[in-house]
Ligand binder design. Structure first.
Ligand SMILES: O=c1ccn([C@@H]2O[C@H](COP(=O)(O)O)[C@@H](O)[C@H]2O)c(=O)[nH]1
Length: 232
């Protein structure tokens, strides 16, 4: 998948619902104003592989995390769904990421962009410390990012707070997909490391992932258009 060329193309709308009718309605409303649609755990667990296909390319955010053999098998199982992007947790390690890449390539043909999730955007310093990581999120993001890219990831999922640092350290190569963005004045909810869509893109994000600020708005398409306008 090529880097996005317009503000609209940068927006990935997260269709986080377990109801098929709502997922279809949101997809129809948002397809004309976004670049991709995100199918995540809520939709996938409720509705299954048959409902992954959407009217735009799909960012399949399943955050795979298991032993290398199992993740390779999961990647093979998901390839027929033809997602444009697929996530796996960087914390699964280099062997797991390499196995995912090999499984995707061995199948031949078009393969999804493999994105390694670094530190979840919902985690602050204290939450990270509780997992046994003494470093702050930025240091852990950089450590995982270097490892994941060396192991074969095409890109990274990080918060907007780490985008500039990753560009400085790793240059233009990694695709950077950035959730945890919030338009000015909107509720952060459970997101801990946030910035505005415009700040994320100015720092070097390729795509931003936006869920509730769009899907929870009275007019989701208008909310997406307002974000697009803020990026122009
Ligand atoms: O670190 C991560 C990785 C993935 N996500 C996903 O992005 C969206 C964000 O939704 P909002 O409603 O805009 O908070 C959601 O689907 C997450 O699963 C993330 O937030 N952070």
């Amino acid at each position: 998948m090529a880097r996005p060329r317009s503000a609209q193309a940068r927006i990935i709308a997260a269709i986080d619902t377990g109801e098929a009718a709502r997922a279809d309605a949101l997809s129809a409303m948002l397809a004309p104003c976004c670049g991709l649609l995100k199918v995540g755990l809520e939709l996938f667990c409720a509705l299954g592989p048959a409902k992954v296909a959407r009217p735009l390319p799909v960012f399949l955010d399943l955050k795979l995390h298991d032993i290398p053999n199992t993740v390779a098998g999961a990647v093979r199982s998901l390839l027929p769904l033809a997602p444009a992007m697929l996530t796996l947790h960087a914390a699964g390690g280099a062997a797991m990421i390499a196995a995912a890449r090999e499984a995707a390539e061995r199948a031949g043909g078009l393969r999804p962009m493999l994105l390694a999730v670094t530190v979840l955007t919902s985690m602050d310093d204290a939450a990270l410390r509780q997992t046994g990581i003494a470093d702050d999120p930025a240091a852990q993001v950089l450590r995982l990012a270097r490892m994941a890219m060396a192991a074969g990831a095409d890109g990274l999922v990080c918060s907007p707070r780490e985008v500039a640092m990753l560009r400085d350290a790793l240059g233009e190569e990694p695709f950077l997909v950035v959730p945890g963005v919030r338009p000015p004045g909107s509720d952060a909810g459970d997101q801990a490391r946030t910035a505005t869509p415009a700040e994320a893109v100015a720092a070097g994000a390729d795509w931003i992932v936006v869920g509730r600020p769009i899907t929870g708005a009275p007019d989701p398409a208008a909310a997406a258009r307002a974000i697009e306008a803020s990026l122009a």
